[in-house]
Design a protein around this ligand. Structure first.
Ligand code: OVP
Length: 406
């Protein structure tokens, strides 16, 4: 007989999806990290990991921590999901692999090169138009939302009509990974209508030639995925590709507007735009959390997580864990610093499910941040900022800024 030594499991009774913590999760993240490598969240009777080492290891271990039972609080084995599961996010090998391979091929840097020149021109034009209207504006709707909403749906190949549905759909989708709280209830009335619209955009005849959507259907023609899988893969692009980049860009704009020395650094070295974006995804993690489900009993540090149990992975907390990020040159993980090497952050996840769209996000950020850095000498917060609460996203509702044109 073998014996496993288990320590008493630390407990936290806070609600991670309550408005206080959604407004500012950082003090709670520190408490979770300090409580232990695995913590029980008594409010939902689930496990949690907030330290970098455990989050990173668990995200690599897809066999032990599955995604196929859903990456939200509800378990697909016992509760019917609100929409058919994603073939990427909510699947594991082998079912996950063909859809993943198809999307990964479309979204690798060399495949995105054809977009760069146009995406740069769109960013330059957008920033010019915003600055023509004045030097004070809300950076959330005017830049962080306007830019991805222009370039990304065009690249997928969906029509202009109805694009205003994308953000409300994403907001509900990302809320739905959490508990059935007030945020989910507020979005529920429109969910069927928004979902029907998104599903309709995934049909072959709706998608423009040459776009990502048409290329997904072409992969089905080649037999790389089935014709039944194609619309669900298109749905993943429309689900995962908008709110994430909007709030990643908003995090970067907020970070730069509140760190003038970092803005100066970016202006003098525009090639830092990509580092600035990754540092913003580390520091301001737009996707804060995803659940996994223990496939069997899994030991983590000195705790055994029983098979079938949900574990909440705190990506944003891991991204600021001093155990990983306190280094001789950069002792404080809570500083936003372009001289830091942010690689290894888990803001895009890690392992087989790591964000397949991360190169798209970085290209959008590079285009928008360099367009802004070329035209704007200083950027500062000009009024009260407002968070937008969501069960999964750390989002901005409003970022009033004042700029001095260069
Ligand atoms: C951040 C993500 C998020 C929401 C939906 C999907 C993926 C999907 O595949 O549908 S990854």
């Amino acid at each position: 007989m073998s014996t496993v030594l288990t320590a008493p499991l630390p407990v936290h009774d806070a609600d991670p999806f309550g408005h206080d913590i959604l407004e500012n999760p950082l003090p709670f993240h520190e408490e979770l990290r300090e409580a232990g490598p695995v913590v029980h969240l008594s409010r939902y009777d689930v496990y949690a990991m907030a330290r970098y080492g455990q989050v990173h290891a668990a995200l690599r271990n897809w066999q032990g921590f599955q995604s196929a039972a859903g990456v939200g609080l509800s378990n697909f084995r016992t509760e019917k999901p609100w929409r058919p599961p994603s073939l990427l996010l909510e699947a594991d090998p082998p079912r996950h692999d063909a859809p993943r391979r198809v999307l990964a091929g479309l979204l690798v840097p060399r495949a995105l090169r054809r977009l760069r020149e146009h995406w740069r021109a769109v960013a330059d034009d957008l920033v010019d138009r915003v600055l023509e209207r004045g030097t004070e504006f809300d950076a959330v709707p005017e830049l962080a939302e306007a830019y991805p909403l222009r370039v990304f749906p065009d690249a997928v190949g969906i029509p202009d009509e109805g694009r205003e549905n994308l953000l409300p759909y994403g907001d509900f989708l990302f809320n739905a990974f959490g508990p059935h709280n007030d945020l989910v209830a507020a979005g529920a009335p429109r969910a069927p209508e928004l979902s029907a619209w998104v599903n309709a955009q995934c049909a072959r005849d709706v998608l423009a030639d040459g776009g990502f959507g048409a290329q997904i259907w072409a992969a089905a023609d080649r037999g790389d995925i089935t014709p039944e899988q194609a619309p669900l893969v298109v749905r993943s692009l429309l689900s995962a590709g908008v709110d994430t980049t909007v709030h990643g860009l908003a995090a970067a704009l907020h970070a730069l507007a509140t760190h003038p020395e970092q803005w100066r650094r970016l202006r003098s070295q525009p090639q830092l735009a990509r580092v600035a974006f990754d540092e913003a995804v580390r520091w301001g993690a737009p996707v804060q959390t995803f659940f996994r489900t223990a496939t069997t009993d899994v030991q983590v540090a000195d705790v055994v997580i029983p098979g079938g149990r949900k574990i909440l992975m705190f990506l944003g907390a891991a991204n600021r864990d001093p155990r990983r990020w306190r280094t001789p040159t950069h002792p404080d993980p809570d500083t936003f610093d372009l001289t830091r090497d942010p690689s290894g952050h888990v803001g895009f996840g890690f392992g087989i499910h790591q964000c397949v769209g991360q190169h798209v996000a970085r290209l959008e950020a590079e285009c928008l941040l360099t367009a802004l850095a070329r035209r704007v000498e200083t950027i500062e917060i000009a009024g009260p900022t407002r968070r937008h609460h969501n069960n999964t996203l750390w989002a901005w509702g409003s970022l009033p800024v004042r700029v001095r044109p260069a």
